[in-house]
Design a protein around this ligand. Structure first.
Ligand code: UFG
Length: 336
């Protein structure tokens, strides 16, 4: 039996494929390689290049493979871009998921673990954010992920397709041996940008606003290591295979770090100065996003291994030093 990973050539998907294979699962991957990297693909995974919105293509893979469950990472995920191009997000994310659910129903595949986001909560008034905190997305990206969750809920009711939606907070780091890591074009995430400054690839970090209602005025986020994030997906898959009901879980670290604290931690890890300058706020950034992840710990038995922010940054730094131009080093080329 095979686990089908949608988006298995992306940053998070590639870590999932690697961990699944390490744990003895058979893995098939669908990726259109628009943002994923061929070089990030695991040699033992069966790779199908194509788009999840192409129903005949998806059907052909379900016909060929004995799929026991789906892990779904294939989505557009840039908040800013989603505000400019909402239809891209509803098309790629929502329509793509609708096709997957249709084919799952046709082939009787009953389990899906789904990559959701803290952006489904919007900017809640209370912290930390629990799964009971009302959802109120503030951008089309968060809205598209919430729509995908809702679609799955109705498909559970109608067809008995069980899902686990994992609402990620801020994911960072790389596999400890630096064989795979984060490589986005363009890069918008804080940790890789800070490390690109440390490597001299950018002049300085722009700190997007220091007048937020937080201790040092910069935004506070909850960072977790990509390997811990993936461990939760595998636990979620096993949870569904054990016959449990559909559910939603936050994945975070229960602690928040400000942009300035992240910068300071990165300075210590890299031993580089990392110049930074305060810049205007970035549109749509909530001041604080910190998760309560106790539910995943209690119900899934999730136990994150990386509890220190510097250890998380260290793994990202090792990847960055070994692959200063990302997967280009391994023969993969993407437009900047
Ligand atoms: N930041 C800077 N300078 C930069 C880049 C980021 O100051 O050059 C700040 C941002 O303003 C924010 C923090 O660093 O306050 C983290 O920013 P990221 O872009 O790394 O991450 P976000 O919190 O914006 O977004 C992440 C995921 C989204 C997801 C969201 C959910 O990337 O996909 O968490 O909360 F929707």
């Amino acid at each position: 039996m095979t686990v089908l990973v949608l988006g298995g050539a992306g940053y998070i998907g590639s870590h999932a494929v690697e961990q699944l294979i390490r744990k003895g699962y058979e893995v098939a991957v669908i990726d259109n390689l628009l943002t994923g990297h061929q070089a990030a693909l695991h040699s033992e995974a069966t790779f199908y290049k194509g788009d999840i919105r192409d129903q005949e293509f998806v059907r052909s893979i379900f016909a060929k493979e004995s799929i026991e469950g789906v892990i779904h990472f294939a989505a557009s995920s840039l908040v800013g871009e989603s505000v400019e191009k909402p239809l891209k997000y509803f098309n790629n994310n929502v329509s793509g998921t609708e096709i997957i659910l249709e084919v799952m129903q046709e082939f009787g595949v009953k389990h899906i673990v789904f990559s959701s986001t803290a952006a489904t909560y919007g900017e809640p008034e209370e912290y930390p954010i629990t799964e009971k905190t009302p959802t109120n997305p503030k951008n089309p990206y968060g809205e598209s992920k919430l729509m995908m969750e809702k679609m799955m809920r109705w498909c559970d009711e109608a067809y008995g397709i069980k899902f686990v939606a994992l609402r990620y907070f801020n994911v960072a780091g790389a596999k400890a041996d630096a064989s795979i890591g984060e490589d986005h074009h363009p890069e918008t995430h804080l940790v890789p940008i800070i490390l690109q400054v440390a490597l001299g690839q950018r002049e300085q970090l722009a700190i997007f606003g220091d007048d937020y209602n937080t201790e040092d005025g910069t935004c506070v986020r909850d960072y977790l290591h990509v390997e811990d994030l993936i461990a939760a997906h595998i636990l979620a898959l096993e949870y569904l295979k054990a016959g449990n009901n559909s559910d939603v879980f936050n994945l975070g670290s229960n602690s928040g770090y400000s942009v300035k604290q992240m910068l300071e931690a990165a300075r210590q890890v890299t031993n580089k100065e990392i110049p930074a300058q305060v810049a205007p706020r970035r549109a749509g950034d909530p001041a604080t996003l910190v998760a309560a992840s106790d539910k995943a710990k209690t119900i899934l038995g999730w136990q994150p291994q990386y509890t220190n922010i510097k250890e998380i940054i260290e793994t990202a730094w090792k990847w960055q030093i070994n692959n200063p131009h990302g997967y280009q080093e391994k023969g993969d080329v993407k437009d900047a």
